[in-house]
Design a protein around this ligand. Structure first.
Ligand SMILES: [Zn+2]
Length: 276
């Protein structure tokens, strides 16, 4: 295959060979011009795992790494991101008290951090519910998020967070307490008004303006790869498609592509992005 003229990185995608299209979805990304992707672990329930200890997340993370290897065989570069989905708090509290659920989620993150330390994953994932919850649940979720920030700081890795829409200004202070650099706290499904690093959905209206202003951001599809939810968010080709469209319409130069899809990715995650 002819090597692409510029890198195209999807900052947040799921590939699920069990419940979705699996490697075929990754091949769509590749054929559309994608080169690198951050493969994010799926929530435990989507794999039928009912965790009651942190070690129970091993099954979820090992599955993510198995899929990463399959996808890597297509020629794509895969960066695994492991963590505990913030909505797990609702699932867990159906089966156990809130204090125990909080401990299980923190222990799940501890487990994810061991993979980062071993070099098997590049970043952690956490957050807090993006929907309305009770003050108790929100406080517990913030405790889990604070733990994730501390782990990421200790592992010297980036942290993707899934949280309510808007800037999440309070996370700046939470990160400061544990000396976690905010430019390595990635707001998944982010907006340009966040002081954290914004990972913007590929079709975001603000992209041309941010490119003109030379602002740092990354692009994501948040493709779920679940056959039961076709078209949920957008498809696996969306990051290359929107990038190629911006280039073709003169709103993004090849230099801009290297800035967004390589240099910024390297700065945030500490990985190397090279064209093969
Ligand atoms: Zn996701």
């Amino acid at each position: 295959m002819r090597s692409p003229a510029y890198p195209v990185t999807d900052d947040h995608i799921h590939i699920d060979p069990v419940n979705g299209r699996g490697v075929e979805a990754a091949k769509d990304f590749l054929r559309a011009g994608g080169t690198h992707l951050f493969l994010v672990s799926k929530p435990s329930w989507s794999l039928g795992v009912l965790p009651s200890t942190g070690a129970d997340y091993t099954r979820v993370f090992d599955e993510t790494l198995r899929v990463a290897e399959l996808v890597q065989e297509t020629g794509l570069t895969v960066f695994p991101v492991l963590g505990v989905h913030p909505a797990e708090i609702n699932r867990l509290t159906e089966r156990m008290p809130l204090a125990e659920a909080t401990s299980v989620m923190k222990a799940g993150l501890d487990c994810a951090a061991t993979y980062v330390r071993e070099g098997k994953a590049v970043a952690l994932k956490s957050g807090r519910p993006h929907y309305e919850v009770s003050p108790e649940l929100l406080a517990a979720s913030n405790e889990v998020l604070a733990h994730a920030l501390q782990l990421a700081a200790g592992c010297n890795c980036a942290l993707q967070i899934h949280a309510e829409s808007g800037p999440c200004v309070d996370v700046v202070e939470m990160a400061g307490v544990v000396h976690m650099p905010i430019e390595r706290v990635v707001k998944h499904y982010g907006s340009p008004d966040t002081p954290l690093h914004p990972s913007l959905i590929a079709k975001h209206d603000a992209l041309p303006q941010l490119i003109r202003e030379h602002r740092r951001f990354t692009m994501e599809s948040d493709y779920m790869d679940e056959n039961s939810r076709p078209g949920a968010v957008i498809g696996p080709k969306s990051v290359p498609r929107f990038t190629n469209h911006l280039v073709a319409s003169g709103q993004m130069t090849v230099d801009d592509c290297f800035f967004v899809h390589a240099e910024t990715v390297e700065k945030v995650y500490g990985v190397t992005v090279q064209l093969k």
